[in-house]
Write a protein that binds this ligand. Structure first.
Ligand code: ADP
Ligand code: TYD
Length: 206
């Protein structure tokens, strides 16, 4: 049995990750590949329950440390029940956000907790994607897009322009830190143009 490919999409809110993850899944399925399209936080029944705990309600509901534990608990369940079985069956797993989001959001937004995030990751997750597509985008445009589809999951959507800029820089920093698996795609173009670049980098990896 062939080993699958684990592809993640990363980027700031509203950068077009979900749109591009969906497009890529359709593109690869049209080529006859078996694809599992999933997301974080969530992607398994237990992790979706944790998603509701972590994304809904009062912004001060959890301390930064508790939040890291919740995202990691959700990821562990998602990995055990959805991602690893699909990869073992030779499927392409496309995941909208993964551990790099924790490195950026929990590592940067509420104090410098990157060290804690990394320790917990190596203890409980220990798996990196084969390929990470970073949809890079100007935070003002991303914020406008994210606001246009605002729902009840708002705990993280009010970061403000300064923090969004730091998040963008942190994602670009990760791309430099892990150049073997990161590919940076310019998200500030129309959906088709971005999708073409994404398809190209993923096909090269396949
Ligand atoms: P993310 O998952 O990164 O938050 P989404 O894929 O949900 O981003 O996109 C946010 C919003 O912007 C959606 O309404 C989507 O239709 C729109 N959108 C996505 N990509 C583009 C693009 N390249 N140009 C214009 N609008 C886009
Ligand atoms: P998501 O649904 O992907 O939001 P969006 O479509 O706006 O990009 O993710 C929800 C929020 O959760 C998002 O603001 C980022 C945050 N998040 C973290 O803070 N840490 C994490 O580890 C993950 C996976 C997401």
């Amino acid at each position: 049995m062939t080993a699958g490919l684990f592809v993640t999409f990363e980027g700031i809110d509203g950068s077009g990750k979900s749109t591009q993850a969906r497009r890529l899944a359709e593109h690869l399925r049209a080529q006859g590949r078996e694809v599992v399209l999933t997301r974080e936080p969530g992607g398994s029944p237990g992790a979706e329950e944790i998603r509701a705990l972590v994304l809904e309600g009062d912004p001060d509901r959890w301390s930064a440390e508790t939040e890291i534990l919740l995202f990691t608990a959700a990821r562990r369940d998602h990995l055990e029940r959805t991602i690893l079985p699909a990869l073992a069956a030779g499927k392409v797993v496309i995941c909208d956000r993964f551990a790099d989001s924790t490195r950026v959001y929990q590592g940067v937004s509420r104090g410098d907790l990157r060290g804690m995030v990394d320790k917990l990751h190596s203890l409980m997750i220990g798996r990196e994607p084969d390929l990470t597509v970073l949809i890079d985008m100007d935070p003002d445009t991303g914020h406008a897009r994210a606001l246009s589809r605002r729902g009840h999951e708002e705990r993280f959507e009010d970061f403000g322009p300064d923090l969004q800029r730091r998040m963008r820089a942190a994602f670009l920093g990760l791309a430099q830190e892990f150049p073997a698996r990161f590919r940076v795609v310019d998200g500030g173009r129309d959906i088709e143009a971005v999708a073409r670049d994404v398809a190209e980098v993923v096909e090269r990896a396949l």
